[in-house]
Design a protein around this ligand. Sequence first.
Ligand SMILES: [Zn+2]
Ligand SMILES: [Zn+2]
Length: 573
Amino acid sequence: MSKIEEKRHSLAHLLAAAVLELYPDAKNTIGPAIDNGFYYDFDFPSPISDTDLKEIEKKMKKLSNGWRGFEKKDVTEKEVKEFFKDNPYKLELIDEIVSKGEPLTLYTSGQFTDLCRGGHVEEMKEIEPDSWKLSHLAGAYWRGDEKNKMLTRIYGLAFETGEELEAYEKQQEEAKKRDHRKLGAELNLFSVDERLGQGLILWHPKGGIIRKEIEDYERELVLKHGYDLVYTPHIASEKLFMESGHLENYIDSMYGPMEIEGEKYRLKPMNCPGHICIYQSRVHSYRDLPLRFAEFGTVYRYELSGTLQGLLRVRGFTQDDAHIFCTPEQVENEVKELLSLVDEMLKTFRYPYSIELSTRPEKAIGSSEVWEKAENLLKEVLEKEGKEYTIDAGGGAFYGPKLDFKLIDSLGRKWQGPTVQLDFNLPERFKMEYIGSDGRAHRPVMLHRVLVGSMERFFGGLIEHYAGAFPLWLAPVQARILPIGEAHFEYATSVLDKMKAAGIRAELDVSDETLGKKIRNFKTEKIPYALVIGDKELNDKKVTVESRDRGNEGAQGIEELIEKLKTEIKERK
Ligand SMILES: [Zn+2]
Ligand SMILES: [Zn+2]
């Protein structure tokens, strides 16, 4: 257990001690350390509410002054069962520990004793009093099983220092403001309609234009990097998924079959089999390789309704998927190319990132020599390209090692990003071939790669990353023209026409609102530019530019402004 985990778990003991002093009839169950703090589950005789947390926290602070450390005692089953004779939860845990043949230990601090495996601070005074607090209540089934009784879980936050706790709370508050579900509704970007189904995303016109811009950008990018664009259907015969092994290994994530003329079809959970069919539609020579097929492929995967979450966890999503088929000699160069492609893309969206290399898991196909060779190759390329990376030992898929890129957003949070996956499995299963320079048939190497991964999840992350204030090239409305009065409408309309003709997404605000209100509106709607037109602007044939990000930028001529905006859009600044 790490130091911070020891601290968090020690606080769970303190929480249980305080609760039992205040509520002697409550039964304490388990209290582990978690990512940002700790929790403890209790069975209260009558429910408590969030307002009771203050009192409990006060009691904890008071008790901790009298606590020194944690005193360990080895006990027999009989002793410990006698001690917890009124607590059925602990009795159940004791039976479990005994059945596993593990030792039974009690830990005492102050007047409080708990059944525990250990992992505490040496002394309570190591814990800074302002580095932790109780945060909220939640219901939790005993042992996570909905057939069991619902308990009350009390959560606490705990960090090394008070400053860290404060920073974490600030980040959480900011994250709440940026929640993509909240902003998605406010900015009219997307929705989910229960009539259509859970976990299925409706992209509204404003979300749709952002998606189109991302897709246009990516198409441009991959064509420049030597990819071909392909399209494959949403459903496929079960026979194909039998051949690919999906029915065998992935069936829990797939939707049930539909019958068409006596043959069973399924919604595709992945795009790979389709791309392999395209590859196998012709005989390939080594001279054709590498082949790089890219597709915005919509896939459907079953997720439990309880796990669905906005755009982040859905049942249908579009992957910016690609498969590379190459000779073993070409793999190194392909990986190198992918590193530069990923780098270019993530820079455009202003995401710093980290790289993780996932290696051979226990259950894997292919010999350990093949794996070692592939892993070493990935390491070599990363090192040659001067990329820092960490290793997730055993984290690879059963069919090959992979590179995971984690995006770091503007709040410092990590998001799933691009992945590059080597595959030793599918080329074998499909008996894929190319004719080598020796005139014989060889097996190609296959790489799967995504950049944004799921378009839906990436969009959700992007909304939070930019807090809804999209850069000009992505903004659904790029400029709003604000005539001050009716006398300025005609000129304002001619400005609008010029902007539209130049391909800029502009609109006109002809409402009766005051200029002040119109300016506030364009800011709440997070539109990058407002162009104000009054008497002076009309006379000078200019507009006064209000930038969302930089404030007033003064009067500018239309042609000059249009050129400036076009450059900003083109450069995706
Ligand atoms: Zn403990
Ligand atoms: Zn694939």
